[in-house]
Design a protein around this ligand. Structure first.
Ligand code: URA
Length: 502
């Protein structure tokens, strides 16, 4: 009996290399003892032989092995299964496939049925991971560079590498780590790193736990409750890592009473933004539009913007405002809930911070052009609330079309980028805001760029001492902008005087 020792952490390559050599040597499956360093059949004293010498020698001279495509894709899933017998089973089927080319089609065959069952179990585990990973924000107080998240998940199988690309696609614009007892995946915006080393539960909680609970209790419909189906969809073994799961017993127990209460309640008013959306949907479409030679024309054009999907759910375009001859342009991220309803930038809580600081340091908002990198509100509905979502790179790029035209028409001498989204939109670079913050940079010919934090970031800092510090830095950044504006104004006056004298 030959022993093959594998790591067995979901990597097909090591098994495939060994299996290919064994197959070329026509090694009978029953003569191989497949062992796994981390599986139940693990044996610390097993010889560390990888592939038997005889097999390697024969492999060098034998012809190649052909493997049906269907087997390969099955093997890619089954190798992630945590059952240590998977290697043996895979090799047995591969061996038989050399003679019985249609074996995989015989679903009643015990080996084929077992392979299919294992593949299904891995697929289900992958699906559950995509549904039940709950990210918690880490180091939020460190500043407004890319936000960082950590999640803990306990899969049944070695699926981290298999599922990680899903999270990479879905959460490409944030840094994240998914730690599991079967390995870790990490994304930093550029590189997806997979480690097969078991991690430990970091036992994190944050305010998103409350959001999950609010969300879950809002989508829970007692009138459609089917406990058995719910348990299949959200098996109990996942509950301990799901913040919302603690609500389930109470929601089930109170379901009947809730249905009666729902039936007795009068229909509620739709939120205000629904009415606005309805009105926009019913408005006559405008066909002829003037070319955008002025800000007003550009604003009118932007009202009909459909360059990205954000226009579908926002109430309206929130275009920049301020005089066309402003010396200073302030660029934020995107309108928030209140801006979306009002149709004006910076009128909500972040706007209040900006206005207060601007007034304190003598920056006149009326003579400043204030706009955003993205002109539509991006949010996720949570019940009747709309929770702000950071725009992604694609949305910022689409909306840059408008920002570029605003810059061309206003021609400000100084542009202030408030936050990393504005910085990215204005410079097309992924430079960290913390590296450029407070710097006076060159943006275009005769145009400077000052980089500072977004006022909403100041509102989120939980520690009072740090908040105070950061607020002071923000004030000094805006004071610099104000001083720049005053200098520019006196230059203009001087020029006008000289022209008058000349
Ligand atoms: N945040 C922004 O970036 N812009 C606004 O208009 C409001 C909040």
């Amino acid at each position: 009996m030959e022993t093959i020792l594998l790591e067995g952490r979901g990597d097909l390559t090591e098994w495939r290399e060994a299996a290919r050599s064994l197959l070329l040597a026509r090694t009978e499956p029953r003569t191989i003892d497949w062992r796994c360093r981390n599986g139940a059949a693990d044996d610390l004293f097993a010889p560390a032989a990888e592939v038997p010498e005889t097999a390697v020698a024969t492999a060098a001279i034998a012809s190649t092995v052909t493997v049906p495509k269907a087997f390969l894709s099955l093997a890619q899933a089954v190798i992630c299964h945590s059952d240590p017998l998977r290697f043996q089973l895979l090799y047995r089927v591969l061996f038989r496939l050399q003679e019985e080319r249609t074996l995989l089609e015989v679903l009643s065959n015990a080996d084929v049925a077992q392979l299919n069952a294992m593949e299904k179990s891995v697929r289900r585990d992958c699906h559950k991971m995509t549904a039940f990973v709950r990210f918690k924000e880490i180091n939020a107080e460190e500043g407004p560079a890319r936000r960082r998240f950590l999640a803990w998940f306990e899969p049944d199988h070695h699926i981290v590498a298999r599922v990680a690309p899903f999270f990479q696609r879905r959460f490409t614009d944030m840094d994240w780590i998914i730690a599991t007892p079967k390995g870790t995946a990490a994304w930093d915006g550029e590189v997806l790193t997979i480690s097969t080393q078991p991690a430990e539960n970091p036992m994190l909680t944050d305010q998103t736990d409350t959001l999950w609970r609010t969300y879950f209790s809002n989508i829970f419909n007692p009138a459609r409750l089917k406990v058995k189906m719910m348990m299949t969809e959200m098996p109990k073994k996942y509950w301990k890592n799901l913040p919302e799961a603690e609500l389930i017993p109470g929601l089930i127990a109170g379901a009947e009473a809730s249905v009666i209460a729902m039936a007795e309640r009068a229909a509620s008013e739709a939120p205000l933004f629904h009415q606005r959306l309805q009105a926009i949907a019913q408005a006559e479409p405008e066909i002829v539009r003037p070319p955008a030679g002025t800000l007003e024309e550009l604003r009118e054009e932007a009202r009909h913007c459909t360059r990205c999907a954000l226009h579908c759910s926002a109430t309206q375009t929130v275009f920049g405002e301020g005089p066309q001859d402003a010396e200073i342009m302030i660029v934020g991220e995107q309108p928030g809930d209140q801006e979306d309803l009002a149709g004006r930038p910076f009128v909500g809580p972040a706007g209040a911070v900006f206005n207060a600081v601007a007034e304190e340091v003598g920056l006149e908002r009326q003579s400043t052009y204030v706009t955003n990198a993205v002109k539509h509100f991006k949010y996720e509905p949570h019940g009747k609330r709309r929770i702000h979502q950071k725009p992604n790179v694609g949305e910022v790029q689409h909306c840059k079309w408008w920002l570029t035209r605003e810059l061309a028409l206003v021609k400000p001498k100084l542009v202030v980028a408030m936050g990393s989204t504005a910085l990215m939109a204005l410079t097309d670079s992924r430079q960290r805001l913390t590296d450029l913050r407070g710097e006076m940079l060159q943006l275009g010919a005769g145009q400077s760029l000052l980089v500072t934090v977004h006022p909403a970031y100041l509102l989120r800092i939980p520690d009072e001492g740090r908040k105070h510090e950061e607020m002071a830095r923000f004030r000094s950044d805006i004071a610099r902008a104000a001083a720049f504006g005053r200098r520019a104004m006196s230059d203009v006056r001087l020029e006008q005087q000289n022209a008058g004298n000349g």
